[in-house]
Design a protein around this ligand. Sequence first.
Ligand code: UDX
Length: 442
Amino acid sequence: MGCRIAVFGTGYLGATHSACMAELGHEVVGVDVDTAKLATLAAGEAPFFEPGLNDVLKANVDAGRLRFTSSYEEAAEFADVHFIGVATPQKRGELAADLTYVDSVVTRLAPLLTRPAVIYGKSTVPVGSAARLSEMAQHLAPIGDAVELAWNPEFLREGFAVHDTLHPDRIVLGIDLERRGRAEEVARELYRDIVGEGVPFLVTDRETAELVKTAANAFLATKISFINAMAEVCEAAGADVSELADAIGYDARIGRRFLNAGIGFGGGCLPKDIRAFMARAGELGANQALTFLREVDSINMRGRTRMMEMTREVAGGSLIGTRVAVLGAAFKPDSDDIRDSPALNIAGQIQLQGASVTVFDPKAINNSRTLFPTLNYASDVRDACDGADVTLVLTEWEEFQRLEPAYLDPIVRCQRIIDGRNCLDQAKWRNAGWTYRGVGRR
Ligand code: UDX
């Protein structure tokens, strides 16, 4: 018999977590304030594109293990275990994270808790949040300190969300070590099948658990900016960053993964998480420790401007009146997520320099149109590249990697391609008579 769980927030994190906990045999209610989203989910469909998620949602809704509601009362009545999976975006005009949504889950839920309960935070939060939220919950709950709050960070990648949730590299749990309650025992029960497969289960204090998540994201961001800095040097020296990455990647201490040079990282996590991390370190008086992340951020943002400059150069020195085809809008392939997407940022910058930019993405067009209504959008590659003076590949969708020069030859005006993700076979394009430019490539 599974546990009775409520998951607050039904975004990438919450919707996937709800569906996967039901898949593990628990009874789950997903809670959100957005009723349109809830209706979509109740029909067994994700309100965003995530490979494999619809199948898990549908199977578990149909099996009666998964439902959705906007009622906190219903969730509190039903569940003994609560997960916080709401967003922690960047505050407007500041580097710090905005904890409004996380706080609001606790202030709404805690007063409804009339029997012992465990709340697990999954959202990425500044270190110290769990202890603060725990006090808040115990103060507001009628059962007082019979409500426990622990931190159980989530490491899922978009595009692999279901796999990463059901087969994580590790499970990290931060508990109040002074007064060990039931949080560890309940978590072992929740994740029994996963832990049974040999996945490491690490129990630590709440602060360490919070920091594990931000440190992991800071490391990944640093790895990407490191290789992009190498790309800048390679360009200056006439060397090739892809070959360099392959060669240093064979050293197991370095590793080849996350060493793909290109237009840099975006998305709803890495950019805002490294900024929130710097802000929090500053508040704690440890700001010097993380000043290097400012450089990581600058290298990353510079990648976007450099791509705009490269396009200008390839276009012959001016973007005014140039037709530019942009293939890719999502921040990475197999996602329709455009939050802080380098691709869209670059498309916007190029348009602002006087070019006419037409964007195509297999999944992210609707989201892009809402955010950047002034760009032109195409319904396929052919439509986007029609009469193009320069074609840019900015998200490495498989569809773009498979493109053949001969297919585009009769469509474009000029055979010039810029590979913002170093994902194309440069020899193939050059041999077909195209001008090819990658990032940090010969
Ligand atoms: C990230 C973390 O990987 C995940 O563990 C955490 O839970 C949330 O943040 P995600 O935002 O889904 O996941 O994307 P990720 O796959 O990490 O890619 C982030 C960005 O880095 C993308 O824009 C991607 O294109 C870029 N990237 C990634 C590179 O530019 N080069 C690389 O080698 C790898």
